[in-house]
Design a protein. Sequence first.
Length: 451
Amino acid sequence: MSRCTSHSTTSHNVTTNSSTTNSSTSAFGSRRRTLGVAGAGVVLAIALSGCSTPDADAGSASGDVTVTFMEAMSSGALKPSLEAATARFEADNPGITVELIEQPDYGTLFTKIESSVAAGAAPTIAQVNAAWAVTLADSDVILPLDDRVAGSATYDSFYDGIKNDMTLVDGQNWMWPFNKSLYVQYFNSNLVADAPSTWTEFATTARDVSTDGVVAVSTDPGGASGIGQGSELVGMIAESNGGSMFDDEGVPTFTDPEVISALEYLVGLQADGALAAGTNYPGQQALGAEKGAFDLSTVASYQYNLAAVDGKFEMGVATLPEGTEGASNALSGTNIAMFADATDAEQDAAWQYMEFLASSAETAEWAAATGYLPVTPDAIDEPVYADYIASNPWVSDVIAQLDIAVRPTPRPWTTDSLSIFAAMVSEALAGASTPADALERAQDAALALVK
């Protein structure tokens, strides 16, 4: 069954394994729901009039069906791991072929999604983040998954944070989980005997080890082109102390006292020579060069950090320090969305593949091979992941935070608001403004975007 409407589109970029996420807006035409677009960029107005009308049988006369999966798992262990999982699925489902349409990074991925939809040749499924999904859903380019989720054999076992990440502001499930990660602290065990358990301890340790050419932590705050890990860190510190960068409706609250205090915390570390701002994975570079004691980044960086350290010292890994209100973490990574132009048979086959990837056995294989996190606690009992945890005991504490991990509610202003926030964090770290003044300006600019 073919579904086709006329839409328009804009650009959107996200960089794979990058300390900065660059996002402009995408809009695929007139709104059909009030979901909102996570960002506000320049509309390219590409009319999607050349919609495809695929055969209703979705395959050959023999009943075979091909699922196209547009993805950006192109580096490190990601590519062979996804290929191996896909081969296992095809072996278990001989009538289904999954064609992996690999893109080199997230920015290219979204551009390719846009152009494919514009040409009437959308994939069956694709990796998406919430910002992209809200745009695609708003214009009927992707399908809600509520009916399928209701009958899923795996959904009920998902971590709470994973379930929350599947929905948009309308409460419907528009995405299915794929590669998920959380922030951790990587540290040089020659410089740091025990990972700090609180942000107060972290500050003390960071100042103590910042000597003889060592700057404890380096981070990329991002800027006007997108939020970076340093600015994400401000939000997580604030959240752990009872604050928040956004309210429940997704309205910016950058002048929340705890957000200001979190930025003052980082500026204070920098003033004492314990923090440096940089670009291009500065924490990873400094840690590997033995010029930094910590790298505060996601579990997706694990293999890359190991490579950077290259056996020069034992690299410790632990959950982020806690604040006065406990732990906080930001859920990162992407989900999978299903496109509306796919035939019924393609959709059914794609759903089988999506459920397969999220099964306890497969999410365990994926997590053990790539460093990403499993989407269900059932994976912990799978032999391959039990072995992984035995070799990496820190993982147990990290995956427990999948029940508390959050992301901002995607709204029309979210992405641009975060870019404004990052620009002001960068300004404060550069000494051009006080944290309070910088965040007041960020708040005023962000609120001007709220509709």
